[in-house]
Design a protein around this ligand. Structure first.
Ligand SMILES: NC(=O)c1ccc[n+]([C@@H]2O[C@H](COP(=O)([O-])OP(=O)(O)OC[C@H]3O[C@@H](n4cnc5c(N)ncnc54)[C@H](OP(=O)(O)O)[C@@H]3O)[C@@H](O)[C@H]2O)c1
Length: 321
């Protein structure tokens, strides 16, 4: 099969398309023929080894798992002897988690993994735009314990996490303020944002409004100013915090009335089934920026490195086999 191999850490060109052995499922695994994946900001960070600690976790000179990518949307081609949750021909979407390997034509995934059947009438490309931003946004919004009528501000609102967070917060009945550049105002309004702030013109921390929850999805807002824009018992959600900021957040939570949540998300198959329900009910839409072929993976990474993708960047494969 064809796969994008990460030959070392560095620029997008370190990714090279190679022929590798097609994997065989273990007893508890499905073999997925992948039709779409996504190049996420997480994939790009691993490829760049940004931050440096990535080398300590994933391999010093190059990633030990040489095929990057976690998001999958595809069809079950075969199943291991003990698999009972999925059958051959099922169309599924989800993530491969720490096994990676999604930027290839096939991957084996445990049937207990973060997987569910694709929603009715949804394309593979659209389905691949849901798992990454969706699971992360859901994880953090749960920590925020959002209730009806609360004021929620989403910073980085036009990215993968941001576009999912707007919709999931609206689904919980919140009043959502989206912060992004002016060019993306229509996108976030169409997803349900009640108010839009263009960060290139206005600093939201200076507008005098106090929020119940501030969700910084991209780590580009000022923590100290943001904390002052929270209500007395408000919650700060930080999806992209450095270790130093995580410690600062933990300290603030311990000694103040405002709560701060950061750290690594947990994702489950139940999350994916929840997204299927929301999508079929018309309450969650996929946001696809650009679609690239597996052969164009370096271009896709370069686009993600820019830090301004709209929602999700999709990789399409296997159609031209
Ligand atoms: N904690 C975890 O376990 C976890 C899980 C998943 C993801 N993450 C992290 O979540 C982060 C976000 O991922 P993503 O895929 O959503 O990112 P993304 O799609 O690349 O984010 C793009 C967003 O960032 C905004 N932005 C870019 N530069 C900005 C600036 N200088 N000031 C304000 N906004 C700016 C963009 O606005 P405009 O384009 O409109 O300018 C857009 O809204 C990543 O760092 C990722 O590593 C963490």
């Amino acid at each position: 099969m064809k796969a994008a191999i990460c030959t070392s850490y560095g620029k997008p060109e370190v990714l090279q398309l190679k022929n590798v052995e097609k994997p065989t499922p273990k007893d508890d695994q499905i073999l997925l023929k992948i039709y779409s994946s996504s190049v996420t900001s997480g994939d790009a960070r691993i490829r760049r080894a940004d931050p440096y600690i990535i080398r300590l976790i994933f391999g010093f000179k190059r990633p030990r798992k040489s095929i990057l990518g976690v998001v999958v949307a595809g069809e079950v081609e075969s199943v291991g002897n003990n698999v009972s949750k999925f059958k051959v021909g099922d169309k599924v979407f989800g993530t491969t988690g720490m096994s990676f390997g999604a930027h290839a034509q096939y991957q084996c995934i445990s049937e207990e993994g973060t997987l569910a059947v694709i929603p009715e009438n949804m394309s593979y490309q659209a389905a691949a735009a849901i798992p990454f931003g969706g699971t992360a946004a859901l994880h953090f919004l749960r920590k925020g314990e959002i209730s009806k009528g609360q004021k929620v501000l989403v910073f980085g609102a036009s990215g993968a996490l941001g576009t999912a967070a707007i919709q999931l917060a609206k689904e919980r009945g919140a009043e959502v303020t989206a912060v992004c550049s002016g060019g993306n105002a229509n996108l976030v309004s169409d997803l349900g944002a009640d108010k839009v702030i263009d960060y290139t013109k206005t600093d939201f921390t200076q507008n005098g409004v106090k929020y119940d929850v501030i969700f910084d999805t991209v780590g580009k807002s000022s923590f100290s100013k943001g904390m002052k824009s929270l209500k007395k018992d408000g919650t700060m959600l930080l999806a992209s915090a450095s270790v130093g900021l995580m410690l600062r957040g933990a300290f603030s939570s311990m000694f103040g009335s405002k709560k701060v949540h950061s750290g690594v998300i947990k994702e489950t198959a139940e999350d994916m089934r929840f997204f299927k329900e929301l999508i079929e009910a018309g309450k969650l839409k996929a946001v696809v920026d650009k679609v690239y072929s597996l052969e164009e993976i370096s271009l896709a990474h370069a686009h993600v490195d820019g830090g301004h993708k709209k929602g999700n960047v999709i990789i399409s494969m296997n159609h031209a086999l």
